[in-house]
Design a protein around this ligand. Structure first.
Ligand code: BEZ
Ligand code: FE
Length: 277
């Protein structure tokens, strides 16, 4: 139905969802008897989030997972989860052997993350692009927490699968981390009595011609926050175990002096149907 304020229906979808959003919020205000003090607190929170460029964080913490569920409800292949606010496009295209950009004294333990990329019919996908980003071993993201000038694209990079759809990349074991807590999103979580932790994870965007791009995360099994992610983005199918390698012959093979870890994941991308002309 046309709303009383509408002059022309330029975008019927916008009119439909915006009218419903406003109606839902009005019903919410009546249901909870929202008064001016609470209305002004909400305005202050949104204003501060805007001033501090925290709107993406606020939305991603509280709402992105639901958008993800709705968008990809019936999608076959590897399960998706949230992208979050810390993706940076244009990470370096790496050359074999793949090692994510890192600092000379990168803290923590080396991780070799490997796997395959296949289509839903099982065919291996050669030259699929695997775009990886993650926190460091102290829970910090380059570009956001680590100054770009010091370490450009630290622990961010793109690699490609080989002829049999395989890849392996050297990185560092990520850590669980608290989403930024100094700003309004953190203040809101504290006021709600909720923690701000995300379990350790690698972020991935996996793409290949003729297939729908997969945005997902791989979570580390023994993380203490695996069952209480602040964002609610963990899915059982995305959890992997780490294997520790400390045998001297393993270290020699990798030319490393300290124990390292391995983990793997096999990704499956759905085909996109060509649109009829
Ligand atoms: C993240 O994993 O980087 C993230 C996702 C959603 C909200 C905040 C952070
Ligand atoms: Fe993350």
């Amino acid at each position: 139905m046309k709303s009383a304020h509408e002059t022309k229906a330029a975008n019927p979808r916008l009119n439909e969802v915006f009218d419903d959003l406003v109606a839902t919020l009005k019903a919410f205000i009546r249901k909870h008897h929202i008064q001016y003090d609470e209305y002004h607190r909400a305005l202050a929170l949104l204003t501060e989030a805007g001033d501090k460029q925290e709107i993406p964080l606020l939305m991603d913490v509280f709402l992105e997972m639901t958008v993800n569920d709705v968008t990809y409800a019936d999608r076959p292949g590897t399960e998706t989860t949230v992208e979050g606010p810390f993706y940076v496009a244009g990470a370096p295209m790496l050359k074999q052997p793949f090692v994510l950009p890192h600092r000379a004294n990168e803290p923590g333990d080396v991780l070799f993350f490997s796997g395959t990329v296949r289509s839903t019919d099982g065919a291996p996908l050669a030259r699929a692009v695997v775009d990886v980003w993650q926190s460091d071993a102290e829970g910090q993201y380059s570009h956001f927490n680590i100054p770009e000038a010091k370490a450009p694209f630290n622990l961010r990079g793109r690699l490609t699968t080989d002829q049999s759809g395989r890849f392996e990349v050297q990185t560092w074991v990520p850590s669980s981390y608290q989403i930024p807590i100094a700003g309004p999103t953190g203040a809101l979580l504290t006021a709600l009595g909720r923690h701000a932790w995300r379990p350790a994870h690698l972020h991935l965007k996996v793409s290949h011609d003729g297939h729908a791009t997969l945005t997902t995360q791989v979570f580390l099994q023994d993380d203490p926050w695996i069952d209480s992610d602040v964002v609610g983005a963990v899915k059982g199918s995305l959890v992997v175990g780490l294997t520790k390698h400390e045998d001297p012959s393993d270290l020699r093979k990798r030319d490393l002096k300290r124990p390292y870890y391995t983990a793997s994941y096999d990704f499956v991308l759905p085909r996109v149907m060509a649109k009829a002309a």
